[in-house]
Design a protein around this ligand. Structure first.
Ligand SMILES: CC(C)(COP(=O)(O)OP(=O)(O)OC[C@H]1O[C@@H](n2cnc3c(N)ncnc32)[C@H](O)[C@@H]1OP(=O)(O)O)[C@@H](O)C(=O)NCCC(=O)NCCS
Length: 278
């Protein structure tokens, strides 16, 4: 039977349905997300991209999404690796960064390690310090100020340090968005820190996520990270969640120390592998 990878910049309705079915089937087997949230949204919303499809006869057996031009990033549904696809993609891009999920740590060319940490709830709560006010995000009002605070905190981060208004608004319009779990800490009328939480409502084992957490660089190292994390976890618990997760880079020293001190433990490790034409 003919088995070959083909790519398209735009999935037609039938292809999109095939890909969504494949993602759902893979998620059921793995018991976790089959594709990173941002890439999944590209499929769900039918956005243009470099979509690669592997068919066995009429059946779609694998899918991958490539983003970027000369320096591209690739993730295959399920988070595996495919030598044939790599060769094809390297014909179109100088450098390919390939996300592998559930890595066992034995791979070469690793340029980034992302960890999924988990914790059982509740955890002890840390009160909001005097002189600071905790409130929730108000859509239509807080976007610009939150982007400024969060981008400043993540200035050195490859993905989270350059969010635009569009990136934020797209998420605000997602069905899971719940402003009651998006906490802002104000000091002297300015956002000093924030913690955006998310409840995975449709997961069979409903759980929470610390989706984005950051402290304005001016205020870092003064205990606000601790406050925001404990308040974010309390907000998740108040919505009936017993377990929370978060993603963190293995080399993010301050965040790792903060999470480990709360009792977060490692659930899995994903690795970004780099390949170039020569
Ligand atoms: C990670 C972050 C939220 C921590 O906030 P913070 O207000 O600086 O942290 P706190 O002052 O509350 O410190 C809490 C704990 O974090 C750890 N920590 C904080 N800064 C640290 C540093 N520079 N080096 C090592 N550990 C550090 C310590 O364990 C500290 O506890 P301790 O003071 O009892 O030793 C903040 O540094 C930040 O916004 N970083 C950029 C964005 C980011 O990486 N977010 C997390 C992504 S997963």
């Amino acid at each position: 039977m003919d088995v070959s990878w083909q790519h398209t910049s735009s999935l037609n309705a039938a292809e999109r349905l095939d890909v969504l079915n494949l993602i759902n089937r893979t998620e059921t087997v793995l018991g976790r997300e089959a594709l990173d949230e941002t890439r999944r949204r590209t499929v769900v919303h039918g956005w243009r991209g470099e979509h690669w499809l592997l068919r066995e006869g009429p059946e779609l057996v694998q899918y991958a999404l490539v983003q970027g031009q000369s320096h591209a990033t690739l993730e295959m549904c399920g988070g595996g690796f495919d030598e044939t696809l790599l060769t094809l993609v390297l014909e179109m891009h100088e450098v390919v960064d390939w996300w592998t999920r559930d890595s066992d740590g034995s791979l070469d060319n690793v340029v980034r390690t992302l960890q999924l940490l988990r914790i059982n709830l509740p955890v002890p709560q840390i009160p909001v310090p005097e002189g600071a006010t905790m409130r929730t995000f108000t859509p239509g009002i807080d976007e610009v100020a939150w982007l400024a605070q969060n981008n400043a905190a993540f200035a050195d981060h490859p993905e989270q340090g350059a969010w635009l208004l569009d990136d934020l608004e797209a998420r605000i319009h997602e069905p899971w968005f719940d402003p009651s779990g998006f906490l802002l800490l104000e000091i002297k009328g300015q956002i000093a820190a924030s913690c955006w939480t998310k409840v995975h409502e449709l997961h069979p084992d409903r759980f929470g996520e610390i989706y984005v957490i950051s402290v304005n660089p001016t205020y870092q190292g003064h205990g606000l990270g601790r406050v925001m994390l404990s308040q974010g976890l309390a907000s998740l618990r108040s919505r009936g969640v017993h377990r929370a997760v978060l993603f963190v880079d293995a080399d993010n020293v301050s965040a790792q120390a903060l999470y480990r001190s709360f009792g977060f433990t490692l659930e899995r490790e994903d690795q970004l592998l780099r390949f170039s034409k020569d």
